[in-house]
Design a protein around this ligand. Structure first.
Ligand SMILES: O=P(O)(O)OC[C@@H](O)[C@@H](O)c1c[nH]c2ccccc12
Length: 256
């Protein structure tokens, strides 16, 4: 699944570059102000709420709300930041970032499969405050380079790991924000115990976010107690019968 998405992303980036060369986008880019990491550090408990309408494994998750409506519900109910999928495998589009940024004040994370620096520029040009960098799909050299470019663009990186080997690689860089993905991107199965396992190996000065498979306030509470700074939640929010109430549950249970 991951390989297929990455391959399609490479093709999409190549096509986008032909359409709009990097030189052109570079002119439109205004540097950000690291609003994402600031919001997370200032929060006692950070909830990054994801607008995820479609998943490649499960198909349509939500057709009750648009990306914009979800972002507004999250913003009104205690979320710290909003995550917006821009990859076509999740039915996302880079313009969704533009729309969300125009409507809510919260910092926005661009949820992409970043394999080329071109995507860092398009994310920032759309207004993203942060991007996801998935350790499994980049080399060590790319990771360092992407972190550097994002910093120059005033954008934060949430660097995602799923295994101990990836965590060790990432902790050799100066990445501050590390996301432990509870989902195995090869099989798409999730278990929050992945966070408990890897947390023991995290250096104290890294800010850790637990990602995926978080079902409710009880899971959030356990993760907070274990020592993570926050959570990234998509599916449980978008399938909830009351999205606003679920957002509040996740936000409040972590601060108990
Ligand atoms: O919907 P969930 O299980 O709450 O997960 C959200 C988020 O963590 C997930 O969308 C995600 C995190 N990293 C990824 C990388 C690729 C695809 C998806 C993801």
């Amino acid at each position: 699944m991951l390989d297929k998405i990455v391959m399609q992303t490479r093709l999409a980036v190549a096509a986008a570059k032909m359409d709009e060369p990097l030189a052109k986008i570079e002119n439109q880019v205004v540097a950000g102000s690291f609003a994402f990491s600031r919001a997370i550090k200032e929060a006692a408990w950070a909830v990054i709420a994801e607008c995820k309408l479609v998943s490649p494994a499960k198909g349509t998750l939500c057709n009750t709300y648009t990306v914009l409506e979800l972002a507004q519900i999250y913003a009104g109910n205690g979320a710290t930041a909003v995550s917006v999928h821009t990859n076509t495998a999740f039915d996302g589009h880079i313009n969704d970032i533009v729309k969300v940024k125009a409507a809510v004040k919260l910092p926005v994370l661009c949820k992409e499969f970043i394999i080329d620096e071109y995507q860092l520029y398009t994310a920032r040009a759309a207004g993203a405050d942060a991007v996801l960098l998935i350790a499994a799909i980049v080399s060590d050299a790319e990771l360092v380079r992407f972190l550097q470019i994002a910093r120059e663009l005033g954008m934060d990186c949430l660097v995602e790991v799923h295994t101990l080997a990836e965590l060790i690689r990432v902790q050799q860089t100066d990445a501050r924000l590390i996301g432990i993905n509870n989902r195995d991107l090869q099989t798409f199965t999730t278990t929050i115990s992945q966070t408990f396992t890897l947390l023991k190996h995290c250096e104290p000065d890294r800010v850790i976010i637990s990602e995926s498979g978080i079902k409710n306030g009880e899971d959030a509470q356990k993760l907070k107690t274990a020592g993570v700074k926050g959570i990234l939640v998509g599916e449980s929010l978008v399938i909830a019968s009351d999205v606003a109430a679920m957002t509040r549950e996740l936000a409040l249970s972590g601060s108990k």
